[in-house]
Design a protein around this ligand. Structure first.
Ligand SMILES: [Ca+2]
Ligand SMILES: [Ca+2]
Ligand SMILES: [Ca+2]
Ligand SMILES: [Ca+2]
Length: 299
């Protein structure tokens, strides 16, 4: 009997020790959310675990650094920097020690969106006079324009298979959500209403699009089908809820809300019928925490 208990204890100790070690390692490397925050004075890029702990600051300077986008291998974050009245795209590694410039143009270059296979970065540039969508290689070479319209074209996001892109444009009066192939062809409008629709994010299974609209009176997060049908308001809160991003397994969404006075980050579980459950505030304090993006899963 004693022998059996001792053996059981060893098994439990083994599981606790190695299981915990594995858990911590996983927390540190996989379950991460990047965001930008002005908590240290001006906007900088940060990474934290999904519970809002272990916050690491990756940029530290007098410029505005915002709009992070993960590389598919999770080793880099592309982001936008406003410096000396110019706006360009940079990337930073997860230690914050290596920062590289990806655009060097006098026009505004912003909002990088890394492709799912890691080879390309889509971005917005006004180098051809008005905001258009471009794509470049991940090292900043070979920039190609995808849209050609006098309207503002913004907020691209790649489909999980990398073959299509959602974006927003006010070409039809107010901001609506569009989809196109990643060569700019076969463009189609998905929303049609009198309020602005913003920041579409494809679900990891490729079946839904989360986005933001003010059609019910204030900024809310919605989920709709790929053809724009059945939009469902999933926040239904009188304060502003915006900038949603899916967890890699599609079971959760991280978003920004000012429901507790200022812009903080929240996570929620998404149920099978696309309801928000277990809403949890993950950042606190009197700053603006914005643009959360969940680290992609290792391929
Ligand atoms: Ca900064
Ligand atoms: Ca520029
Ligand atoms: Ca345009
Ligand atoms: Ca709301």
């Amino acid at each position: 009997m004693q022998k059996k208990m001792a053996f059981g204890f060893i098994i439990i100790s083994f599981t606790v020790f190695f299981g915990m070690a594995g858990f911590i390692e996983e927390m540190n490397t996989d379950d991460l959310i990047a965001f930008n925050s002005d908590r240290s004075g001006n906007d900088e890029i940060y990474v934290m675990d999904i519970h809002g702990n272990n916050i690491q600051q990756l940029t530290k300077n007098s410029f505005v650094d915002y709009w992070p986008s993960w590389s598919s291998d999770g080793k880099w974050l592309a982001y936008t920097r406003i410096k000396d009245s110019n706006i360009d795209i940079y990337k930073v590694d997860l230690k914050g020690t290596c920062i590289m410039s990806l655009t060097q143009h006098e026009a505004k270059d912003m909002e990088p969106a890394w492709s799912p296979d890691g080879s390309k970065i889509a971005f917005i540039s006004s180098r051809d006079k008005n905001p258009e969508i471009y794509v470049m290689n991940a090292d900043g070479t070979d920039k190609v324009r995808l849209t050609d319209n006098k309207a503002v074209d913004v907020f691209m996001h790649w489909s999980p298979d990398g073959r299509r892109m959602t974006f927003c444009s006010n070409r039809d009066g107010n901001f609506e959500i569009y989809v196109m192939e990643t060569n700019g062809k076969n463009m189609k409008r998905l929303t049609k209403n009198c309020s602005n629709d913003w920041t579409p994010k494809w679900s990891p299974d490729g079946n839904k699009i989360a986005f933001v609209a003010e059609r019910d009176g204030n900024a809310e997060i919605y989920i709709m089908n790929l053809d724009g049908s059945e939009p469902k308001n999933i926040t239904r809160h009188p304060d502003k809820d915006f900038e949603p991003d899916w967890s890699p397994d599609g079971s959760m969404i991280v978003f920004v809300s000012d429901r507790n006075g200022n812009q903080n980050l929240y996570t929620a579980r998404i149920s099978e019928d696309y309801e928000m459950k277990d809403i949890k505030q993950v950042t606190n304090g009197n700053f603006s925490d914005r643009h959360p993006v969940w680290k992609p899963q290792k391929k």
